[in-house]
Design a protein around this ligand. Structure first.
Ligand SMILES: [Zn+2]
Ligand SMILES: [Zn+2]
Length: 392
């Protein structure tokens, strides 16, 4: 049976996958600086006879496995970047770089996809089509997937379906979660400056106080979420930065706010900033102040294709068993695989890393997981690739 062969190949190269994961974990690189990680990915692909292109839109790497039989093309994707925080987890392969850590599992995504690549190269003769392996930079910051798409990785040969996964702290070890439709939110940003007129704190009537205006704005923004938006439409608005003033007895000239808006649909995505601006206009008009408002669109929402998701679900059932495949929950986190999913029928799935009864917190200095999850992610990616090519 194919799934048994896939598992056998993954098992065969597993220790190699662990070694790669640990090397990446010990040498984490921030977004847009993933040079050594990209080099390691490229070297490993070439060692397994996989045609490889490097330096795509920065540090992007693309491997191409042509199967022994003709067919369609499927893309599997991993991200490579780490985060700016100091590792506190007590593991033998702890980060060697102070202030940089793989705290989201992207080291595992890169190692897992390389492990899948090793297994696929072993089974190449049976593969009815082509597999593209996408190793992308800068998922955590600027969205490296977008640049790689602009560089043409979805063409020549044209990609017919794309799949990726995330090691997931809210799923139990040994399980897989899938979901059709919206999975992760569009993580947009905003910046506001409220400009009043500075003055003496004891004589507020001779100044225009931007601190009080900022307080009103922060609260009224939440009124959009509770009073103006349809309660059945999920969305979040968080003001995460407030900056203004220098001392206790001077009303400052201006106050700056920054934050994020998370949505799943285009209508709400443009509705919220529009309403925010109305609030700012009204408040500043009444107070005799002025404002600037910038709404910055980041990644689109990640929407899974139903047919592609069904392929993942069945593939995962073959690997971990039907009782270990469940439904993923939407999350307000963002994921730049969304750029791929916007263009190509795609599905992104979750591979559990939480010990029973526990949660593992991403972006935490204590983030860690059992490497056996690499087997699950690699085998599910292989099986999904095969099943898509076999069915189409
Ligand atoms: Zn992350
Ligand atoms: Zn991530």
């Amino acid at each position: 049976m194919l799934s048994q062969e896939i598992k056998r190949c993954v098992e065969k190269f597993y220790s190699r996958g662990v070694e790669i994961r640990r090397r990446i974990h010990q040498n984490p690189e921030l977004s847009e600086q993933e040079r050594e990680t990209a080099q390691l990915a490229a070297d490993t692909l070439r060692e397994f006879g996989i045609a490889t292109r490097t330096s795509i839109a920065g540090n992007g790497v693309l491997g191409l496995i042509r199967g022994g039989k003709p067919g369609k093309t499927v893309l599997l994707r991993a991200d490579m970047d780490a985060l700016a925080l100091n590792e506190e987890a007590d593991v033998p392969y702890k980060s060697k770089k102070p202030g940089i850590m793989h705290a989201c599992g992207h080291d595992g995504h890169t190692a897992g996809l390389l492990l899948a690549a090793m297994a696929l190269s072993e089974l190449r003769d049976k593969l009815p089509g082509t597999v593209k392996l996408m190793f992308q930079p800068a998922e955590e910051t600027v969205g490296g997937a977008e640049g790689m798409i602009e560089a043409g990785i979805l063409e020549d040969p044209h990609v017919d379906a794309a799949f990726g996964c995330h090691l997931w702290g809210q799923g139990e070890e040994g399980t897989v979660q899938v979901k059709s439709g919206p999975l992760m939110a569009a993580p947009d940003e905003f910046r506001v400056t409220l400009k009043g007129r500075g003055g003496h704190a004891g004589l507020p009537h001779s100044a225009v106080d931007p601190v009080v205006l900022a307080a009103h704005a922060i609260l009224e923004f939440q009124d959009i979420m509770s009073r103006r938006k349809d309660p059945f439409v999920p969305a979040v608005l968080s003001v995460c930065m407030v900056r203004g003033g220098h001392t206790h007895n001077v009303i400052p000239e201006s106050v700056e706010l920054q934050g994020t808006i998370r949505t799943f649909d285009e209508e709400t995505r443009s509705f919220i900033p529009r309403e925010m601006e109305k609030i700012l206009r009204g408040l500043t008009l009444a107070a005799g102040a002025s404002y600037s408002f910038e709404s910055l669109r980041r990644y689109p929402p990640l929407i899974n294709d139903p047919a592609a998701t069904e392929i993942v679900r069945k593939a995962a059932e073959k690997i971990v068993g039907p009782d270990k495949v469940g439904a993923a929950r939407e999350t307000m986190g963002g994921e730049d695989f969304a750029y791929v999913a916007q263009k190509i029928p795609s599905s992104f799935f979750m591979v559990g890393i939480a010990p029973p009864g526990k949660q593992v917190i991403h972006h935490s200095p204590h983030f860690q997981w059992d490497e056996r999850a690499l087997k699950v992610s690699a085998a599910c990616l292989c099986q999904t690739a095969f099943d898509f090519l076999l069915e189409s």
